[in-house]
Design a protein. Structure first.
Length: 269
């Protein structure tokens, strides 16, 4: 079996204690093909666009500020959707086709969340972008893949799909090939890290590991992604205080090498 993954991206949360220019340099030196950016990277760095462009690394994905999904009508909701538009503009400036959002906090109803997702999907489509939503196993409402799929389906926007994260799949009871029921057309983006054989230390959990150092069945996961013809980047999101105390270049190199070993085991190349 072969895969058509576009390449490996380094999620900047993995090296959160390193300034953006150093994180970009570490990603490049460590063997990553792209970088995933968070909203906080733009907040911390007014010149983030220039830094990324000068690095020569493609942006695999741009994260938006969470909280908009369960936001209620009012000034804060309008602020969040204004920031959402800013993230769309940044993605376009970086020639990045994909946005991602965590579910985030809020007190709105499920019906309101569906309306918010519909609104966000229309904005993303206006910029010719795709929006990948990530469920989190510890979220008080959207704590399963089934719940997220249901609200995305109700929103009915073709520009909105799933972000599958190996960590949340494992913790949420869908390890390895546990997403076999998900149609390939729904999978917009993939993040990954290994999961320790221990209870999570969050929320948010920052106990994430390189592939091979935890309990994730990588061959099953990667082969199923390949069977579903996933052709996007896979993004190494491994926040961990141990990583933040080390050289970003070493952390990036370790993650890229571990990922490529897991891919070789899965595909024989």
């Amino acid at each position: 079996m072969n895969h058509t993954f576009r390449g490996l991206a380094l999620h900047t949360w993995t090296v959160d204690s390193t300034p953006l220019d150093g994180a970009l340099a570490a990603a490049k030196a460590g063997g990553f093909d792209a970088v995933e950016l968070r909203r906080v990277d733009f907040v911390r760095n007014s010149n983030a666009l220039d830094l990324v462009k000068k690095s020569g690394l493609p942006a695999a994905c741009v994260g938006v500020e969470p909280g908009w999904i369960f936001s209620s009508k009012g000034d804060e909701q309008e602020r969040l959707f204004g920031v959402f538009r800013e993230s769309c503009q940044a993605a376009v400036a970086l020639d990045c086709p994909t946005l991602m959002s965590a579910i985030g906090p809020g007190t709105a109803s499920l019906d309101e969340s569906v309306a918010n997702i519909r609104r966000a999907g229309k904005i993303a489509a206006e910029f010719k972008l795709r929006l990948a939503l990530e469920y989190q196993f510890q979220h008080p409402v959207v704590k399963s893949l089934d719940i997220l799929r249901d609200i995305i389906a109700k929103a009915g926007e073709k520009s909105v799909g799933l972000l599958l994260d190996a960590y949340h799949l494992q913790r949420g009871g869908r390890p390895g090939a546990g997403f076999s029921d998900v149609p390939e057309a729904e999978i917009f983006y993939v993040q990954y890290s290994d999961v320790p054989d221990a209870p999570p230390n969050g929320p948010p959990p920052v106990d994430r590991l390189p592939p091979g150092k935890g309990v994730v069945h990588w061959t099953d996961l990667f082969q199923l992604l390949a069977a579903k013809n996933y052709g996007g980047y896979i993004s190494y999101e491994a926040p961990n205080p141990v990583h933040w105390e080390r050289s970003a270049a070493d952390v990036a190199s370790e993650g890229a090498q571990a990922t490529r070993r897991a891919l070789t085991q899965a595909f024989g190349r």
